[in-house]
Design a protein around this ligand. Structure first.
Ligand SMILES: [Zn+2]
Length: 291
């Protein structure tokens, strides 16, 4: 009894380090992917322009040498921007924070191998998942920009309008495709009834779409449009991945920010709303707390 009292008194609880808000982008491709020619310098310049603190690179594994992008891609801080390496696999599983390429016969096995490397496993392109009979992943894309653009292809009138606008006002053209991602949100809610599944945005940035001489998806637009913020102790790979895993994260459509906020969203988010809209447009989706 005495020992217990002594040990209680002599073990002061250390103060938890303050959390800071870091703006990031997840699901980004470079020239290491077969469907992008983008360079790291271009990605860095776009991040600097848009005030982005961290980038989760997710190249498709290069054919013949699936580890090349992980080996040669940037890691760590570059001019103040943190680069984290990962990969996007054809089974809609995305790895964040891995060092070695992963082969597997099932999603479950892939997720286990990602975790064995200390990485975060995210379901990407959830609209393409044919069978949800697997578990263990940390999070899912509640937004994927590429999927929304694919939807636009089935609406020729909206597509034409966006293309016309893109010539003079590319950001405005992108805003015409912003809508509530109903199906993904429904799936997210369904999964979160059973356990925590962290929602993030997939920028799915390639800088590879040029229509009639207009580059529709330069990095500075695809990385500026939507972001995933984390609340972390510091800007390191370890702290950012831990924040993502624990759901200290929210998705923000940066250009919807109301006048006067300057895009600084944390104070609004602290008001404990999980979804914030502005003028009927989604602005923020925040992960549920306390789960
Ligand atoms: Zn992708």
């Amino acid at each position: 009894m005495v020992l217990l009292l002594v040990s209680c008194r002599s073990a002061p609880v250390p103060a938890a380090p303050a959390l800071r808000d870091f703006r990031g982008v997840i699901h980004v491709h470079s020239f290491h992917s077969h469907d992008s020619r983008g360079t790291y310098e271009e990605i860095l310049a776009a991040c600097k322009k848009r005030g982005i603190d961290f980038v989760c690179m997710t190249d498709h594994p290069p054919k013949g040498d699936p580890g090349r992008s992980l080996r040669e891609g940037w890691r760590g801080l570059h001019d103040g921007v943190l680069f984290i390496q990962g990969a996007e696999y054809g089974d809609q599983i995305m790895a964040l924070g891995i060092r070695e390429p992963i082969s597997s016969r099932s999603r479950r096995e892939r997720i286990e191998k990602i975790h064995a490397q200390g990485g975060v496993a995210i379901v990407c392109h959830p609209e393409e998942v044919d069978d949800w009979n697997f578990d263990g992943f940390d999070g899912m894309e509640i937004w994927n920009t590429h999927a929304i653009f694919k939807e636009l292809l089935s609406d020729p009138k909206a597509l034409l309008q966006a293309l016309k606008l893109a010539r003079e006002d590319l950001e405005g053209a992108w805003m015409t495709v912003l809508r509530r991602p109903e199906k993904n949100l429904a799936k997210w809610d369904e999964l979160n009834k059973v356990r925590r599944v962290v929602g993030i945005a997939g920028n799915d940035a390639h800088q590879n779409t040029n229509v009639m001489g207009v580059q529709l998806d330069p990095y500075d637009v695809s990385l500026g449009f939507v972001t995933t913020h984390v609340l972390a102790e510091e800007l390191t790979e370890e702290a950012v991945l831990r924040a993502l895993k624990e759901g200290r994260a929210y998705v923000a459509f940066e250009w919807v920010a109301p006048e006067g906020t300057g895009g600084a969203v944390t104070t609004v988010v602290e008001a404990l709303r999980e979804e914030v809209t502005v003028g009927g447009r989604p602005w923020i989706y925040r992960n549920p707390r306390g789960r």
